[in-house]
Design a protein around this ligand. Structure first.
Ligand SMILES: N[C@@H](CCC(=O)N[C@@H](CS)C(=O)NCC(=O)O)C(=O)O
Length: 191
């Protein structure tokens, strides 16, 4: 086999991550080529279907994460040989793709609506706190949500979403994190 170069975003998640793990478990050498979103913007039109992951091997450039999962899964002993068990494996992988599509719909739909509306609420309240001109439980609630969104724990939800559609909420998250009571709580937890 020729050398393998797997190109995907620099995240420990997303469509290419199961393939990376399978390659690693199978002891199959590959170049883990990680790129930024802006680098992807420049190279997008040169990828076969204007999308990642893309993989260079056997003298060509190929795509489709589940094709990669099956191909390397077979080599790594991570894909069933029995046709029925393979069906069960494939069903789960395809459902995973539908989940991804649902998350993306959520990002453009409900997530954006909630972020924009909360951003407007904060602005209407003076821009610093949601109610009473001081820290309340509403601030803690939004702080926890925005921190989670920004941390990338939600696969397929871009970490820059809040900054793009609700910048006041990102400033608010930093303000709440710096609040002495909040900071003391996290110090107490050793963070
Ligand atoms: N069916 C493809 C879908 C690939 C895909 O949608 N990739 C996304 C990233 S996870 C992408 O490159 N999106 C950028 C774009 O469409 O501009 C696969 O499973 O590999």
């Amino acid at each position: 086999m020729s050398t393998i170069k797997l190109t995907y975003f620099d995240v420990d998640g997303g469509r290419a991550e199961p393939t990376r793990i399978a390659l690693s478990i199978g002891g199959i050498e590959f170049e883990d080529h990680r790129i930024s979103f802006s680098e992807f913007g420049q190279m997008r039109s040169s990828t076969p279907f204007n999308a990642l992951p893309a993989i260079e091997m056997n003298d060509g450039v190929y795509t489709q994460s589940n094709a990669m999962n099956r191909y390397f899964g077979k080599q790594a002993g991570l894909y069933p040989e029995d046709p029925w068990q393979a069906f069960l494996c494939d069903e789960v992988m395809d459902a995973g793709d539908e989940l991804k599509a649902a998350r993306e719909k959520l990002v453009d739909g409900a997530f954006t609506t909630y972020l924009k509306t909360l951003n407007a609420r904060l602005e209407a309240a003076g821009g610093e706190y949601f109610a009473d001109g001081r820290l309340t439980v509403a601030d803690l609630k939004v702080f926890v949500w925005i921190r989670g969104l920004n941390s990338g724990v939600l696969d397929y939800v871009p970490t820059g979403l809040a900054a793009r559609v609700a910048p006041l909420l990102v400033q608010h998250m930093e303000r709440v994190a710096a609040d002495p009571g909040v900071a003391a709580y996290y110090e107490g937890r050793g963070k």
